[in-house]
Write a protein that binds this ligand. Structure first.
Ligand code: NDP
Ligand SMILES: O=C(O)C1=N[C@H](C(=O)O)C[C@H](O)C1
Length: 262
């Protein structure tokens, strides 16, 4: 049995993940973590009333010996300290939370090596998003003019999304530095052309009713290609999280991207 802790268990992703861990017979939920939680046990929450799982509100309370994997769906401001705590205690972090800086990722990679502990940071656990990023990288070799549009629910804290940023990074790996659009263009309304990642424009849409969606638009001479993925439900991320929890114990470094485990 793989012993799992879920950080951010009361959030949108944390709640779905907690249920997935409980239902998976290869996993044992040994704790949940949220510094703002008022509960002492998860059974104080109606939908988990038959469970007996400690709620931790301080990392010092966590039984690290009883935890193999730390699943993190928290917030951009807390994920670094959480991941660092997990690695320092030889717990494998499986990180879905977005917003880590490149410097933070590099530090976590170093700690993982020092502690010979595996971990994963996945900008997106949905297979449709993983494929979209790979297809987009392939297409960009032939169609280097690209714009990315990501669309999310209006409670999202970070923009652009981690997936959009990762898509842009993957495309930048295969195309030459390129400034798109008319070199003389001017925005009469600030932000009209979106964010700029190495000459690529990223547009972030936030609307109620949406979950997580991305389009990558390519333009060529007299032709265009659009690649799109949609997560209509947070269940779409769960098979990716399951794979990560099952496989990450076999590694002793920090991996970036679910594709490394598929
Ligand atoms: N990689 C992927 O496939 C996916 C990634 N995400 C990412 O996951 C993250 C969470 O998203 P979502 O579930 O929608 O967000 P929510 O705001 O619904 O949930 C976040 C939860 O984390 C809690 N929290 C805050 N700080 C801490 C902390 N230090 N330790 C533990 N828990 C904490 C929050 O509590 P409180 O409200 O009290 O602050 C809240 O309950 C985002 O970064 C999002 O981009 C989302 C979907 C898929
Ligand atoms: O906040 C979300 O919801 C999501 N966040 C991730 C991101 O920023 O890319 C993954 C997915 O898009 C859902």
């Amino acid at each position: 049995m793989i012993k799992v802790l879920v950080a951010g268990f009361k959030g949108r992703m944390g709640n779905t993940t907690t249920k997935m861990v409980i239902q998976n017979t290869d996993f044992e939920l040994t704790g949940v973590y949220d510094p703002n939680a008022t509960e002492k046990n998860i059974n104080e929450i109606l939908e988990f009333k038959n469970m007996d799982i400690p709620v931790y509100t301080k990392t010092s309370e966590i039984n690290t010996e009883n935890t193999d994997v730390w699943i993190d769906f928290t917030s951009p401001s807390s994920v670094y300290e959480n991941a660092k705590f997990a690695l320092m205690n030889k717990i494998s972090p499986v990180i879905g939370t977005t917003g880590l800086t490149s410097e933070q990722v590099d530090n976590l990679k170093k700690i993982a090596i020092e502690k010979t502990t595996g971990g994963l940071i996945a900008p997106n656990f949905g297979i449709s998003a993983v494929l979209l990023m790979q297809f987009a990288q392939h297409a960009a070799k032939y169609l280097p003019d690209v714009e990315i549009i990501e669309m999310h629910h209006d409670n999202k804290l970070d923009a652009p999304s981690g997936t959009a940023l990762n898509t842009a990074k993957m495309i930048a790996e295969v195309r030459k530095q390129k400034i798109q659009g008319n070199p003389e263009e001017k925005e009469s309304l600030l932000g009209a052309r979106g964010a700029d990642y190495e000459g690529m424009r990223i547009h972030s849409v936030r609307l109620p009713g949406y979950v997580a969606h991305e389009q990558v638009l390519f333009g060529g001479k007299g032709e265009a290609l659009t690649i799109r993925q949609d997560s209509f439900d947070r269940i779409s991320f769960m098979s990716g999280v399951e794979v990560a929890v099952k496989k990450i114990g076999a590694y002793n470094e920090l991996l970036i991207g679910l594709e490394n485990l598929l």
